[in-house]
Design a protein around this ligand. Structure first.
Ligand SMILES: O=C(O)CCC(=O)C(=O)O
Ligand SMILES: [Fe+2]
Length: 273
């Protein structure tokens, strides 16, 4: 009999939502089907959601292996770029990650966060870019407090996935909850990152992910450890006409085989003619 099973799942989910209603931390079991009404309300109020251990086990190891391999392959060119003055020293992004390993494609519509992004984008989601990013341990942050886009931009969202553990003093991502709202005003720019009023710092474990509304103010805190921060930032936007050309991801079309993926990567138009 089907309904008692689904009833039980609903009950379980409701219990989880209620017991977690003061927190944004989601667990693996409760995050595969999109936001509950409590989670949606949290997102709207605070502008972020945390996905604890969203990637674990084999999936996490697959991502860690691909990340490590990509860094090994690309680091010599990066160092040469620094020496020539053509690459920044403060952070390092793997070039063309989608072409390097399928795992970087698979995380774009990964079930732990994809249903949330789809929901918040009213079913019209596009991926703008992946950033497979290393932050060397260094005494300054590569970026100050900022919002990424103005409120006039279509809804812009990012998922930051920690590939290795990131302690609070390891260059952790930080966000000012509520700063994504239209009445937030201009982003303050305190000289010291720690001086930002209302900031929330996100230490995390490998496999944790943070979804944030990029209108909101955020930064990477200083990494005072001796270990580089390794994370991936996926950049999404609510679809708008002409934003992503249909050939942007043509080179990986053989791996974008479902209609949903073809729309997400803008190979197909969002609306049928
Ligand atoms: O590296 C970070 O944690 C901050 C990233 C950032 O500013 C962004 O992804 O827009
Ligand atoms: Fe940013």
């Amino acid at each position: 009999m089907l309904w008692p099973v689904s009833f039980c799942l609903c009950e379980l989910r409701l219990a989880l939502a209620v017991c977690c209603s003061n927190s944004s931390r989601l667990n693996k079991e409760s995050d595969v089907t999109g936001p509950t009404s409590e989670e949606r309300a949290f997102w709207e109020e605070h502008g972020y959601l945390e996905f604890e251990q969203a990637l674990a086990g084999d999936q996490l190891q697959r991502l860690q292996r691909a990340f490590k391999q990509a860094v090994t392959d690309c680091k010599p060119d990066w160092l040469e770029g620094i020496a020539r003055g053509t690459a920044p020293a403060a952070h390092f992004d793997i070039p063309n990650p989608f072409q390097r390993d399928d795992v970087f494609i698979d995380i774009v519509d990964y079930p732990a966060w994809y249903p949330y992004l789809m929901d918040f984008a009213d079913g019209e989601l596009t991926i703008l870019a992946p950033q497979v990013r290393t932050l060397p341990a260094q005494p300054i942050s590569y970026v100050g407090w900022h919002g990424d886009v103005p409120q006039t931009n279509p809804l812009h969202m990012k998922v930051q996935i920690y590939v290795e553990d990131v302690p609070a003093d390891g260059g952790a991502f930080a966000y000012v909850p509520g700063s994504h709202k239209p009445d937030a005003g201009p982003c303050p720019r305190p000289r010291l990152l720690d001086a930002m009023p209302g900031r929330k710092v996100f230490p995390g474990k490998a496999g944790d992910a943070i979804l944030f509304n990029s209108y909101g103010w955020h930064t990477s805190m200083i990494n005072t450890t001796s270990t580089a921060r390794k994370s991936i930032i996926l950049i999404y936007e609510k679809w708008s006409e002409g934003k992503v050309s249909p050939d942007r991801y043509a080179s990986i079309a053989d791996r974008l085989t479902t209609p949903a993926r073809r729309r997400l990567f803008c190979l197909d138009t969002m609306h049928a003619a």
